[in-house]
Design a protein around this ligand. Structure first.
Ligand SMILES: Nc1ncnc2c1ncn2[C@@H]1O[C@H](COP(=O)(O)OP(=O)(O)O)[C@@H](O)[C@H]1O
Ligand SMILES: [Mg+2]
Length: 362
């Protein structure tokens, strides 16, 4: 918070009528770029700047401050400052239909027993902090599950199952599956952090996207066949070169096709459709549109907006059974963003899903 000492000084030097005093106070709050208001010694709001009026409504002038700011902590701070002429801090939280906002409020004493409140919007800072804490908690939890199981089996192998070759074989199989899971998780976390750190650097390598998608499909045909599904490519067959990061693009289609196999194989056929769109409806210039279409069970619409969040899964247990980390679509979204493209998910329960990647041609 800036120091308002000079303001106080200039206010003190104004020996004038009430009217010019209020004009002066209004100039003071108008000079502050965030919501600010001044409360008089009678505990009523005397002046407020435009942003404060937007926040509290035009009717706040003349109203008792308790009717405007209702958070107990903030009220205590204002009361304390009114009484003891000492600077204090409080929080003001707004919960509206469209937005929830948190303000840090600096309450400063002013001449003539007045008090100034300056509101600093710290919503974003708070959200970033909360997201980071959630992420660390999630990672720890995801790692701890397989680790606990590994430790348990090691203990059993050292003790009870020491001389039981049949049990040993069985346990080692499970242990290797758990270690694989940890390996995949760490690999996905690393790849997510790499994509994030490069997100502002647009890739420039010329890549034939048609060949790249065909390669990803060929590599996954055996997996699809094992799950009882068949992969087909439709649409554009001629080469189409776009600026891209080839390794990351492979990851995108691997993830999407693997998901279609894991969660949509019951539908049998999985289609990867590739086409050019030169109409510029998205203001990206000419694009290439790749749809990964499955005819499986589909996704309930309530889940769709959250699927690209890290660790978000429709069915945690099922995803883990399938060896999923819950990070695949988060990685896809970041890679597509880095390519200045768009990523869309459409699905109908019982009918299947379409995951669409739209990339600029140049
Ligand atoms: N083709 C699909 N059909 C139905 N559900 C899907 C499909 N693709 C993804 N999902 C859902 O989205 C979730 C997140 O996908 P993803 O981020 O790739 O994580 P993971 O596959 O590791 O669980 C999956 O757990 C699954 O519930
Ligand atoms: Mg996945």
């Amino acid at each position: 918070m800036p120091e308002f000492g000079w303001i106080m000084q200039s206010i003190k030097t104004v020996a004038a009528t009430d009217d010019s005093n209020i004009r002066m106070l209004r100039m003071v709050v108008d000079g502050i770029p965030v919501p600010a208001l001044i409360i008089g010694s009678d505990e009523r709001i005397i002046v407020a700047n435009e942003t404060a009026l937007d926040l509290f409504g035009q009717a706040v002038i003349g109203r008792h401050y308790i009717l405007t700011m209702r958070q107990p902590g903030l009220l205590d701070a204002i009361e304390g400052t009114l009484r003891h002429k000492q600077k204090a801090c409080g929080r003001h939280i707004i919960t509206g239909p469209s937005r929830e906002a948190t303000y840090r409020v600096t309450v400063s004493p002013m001449p003539e027993d007045q008090v100034m409140c300056v509101f600093e919007d710290i919503t974003e800072q708070e959200q970033v902090g909360a997201i980071r804490r959630d992420f660390v908690a999630n990672v720890s939890h995801e790692l701890r599950t397989p680790l606990t199981s590994l430790l348990g089996f090691i203990e059993t192998l050292q003790g009870a199952a020491k001389d039981d070759p049949a049990a040993r074989g069985r346990f080692l199989t499970i242990m290797s599956r758990e270690a694989e899971r940890m390996n995949r998780l760490v690999r996905d976390l690393l790849s997510l952090s790499r994509v994030e750190s490069e997100e502002r650097v647009r890739p420039t390598t010329p890549v034939d996207i048609v060949a790249l998608v065909a390669g990803a499909v060929t590599a996954l045909r055996p997996t699809a066949a094992a799950a009882g599904a068949e992969l087909e490519i439709t649409g554009q067959q001629e080469p189409l070169v776009i600026p891209a990061d080839p390794d990351q693009m492979v990851q995108v289609f691997q993830n999407l096709i693997e998901n279609a196999i894991k969660y949509g194989a019951t539908g049998g056929r999985i289609t990867i459709d590739l086409r050019r769109d030169d109409t510029d409806t998205l203001r990206l210039g000419p694009t290439v549109v790749i749809d990964v279409i499955d005819r499986g069970e589909g996704i309930d619409p309530i889940h769709i907006p959250r699927l690209t969040e890290r660790f978000y899964r429709v069915d945690n247990h099922r995803s883990r059974e399938m060896g999923g980390t819950g990070l695949g679509l988060a990685i896809v979204k970041h890679i597509v963003n880095r390519h200045r493209g768009r990523f869309r998910i459409e699905s109908e329960k019982g009918k299947g899903s379409v995951f669409t990647v739209i990339l600029p041609q140049n």
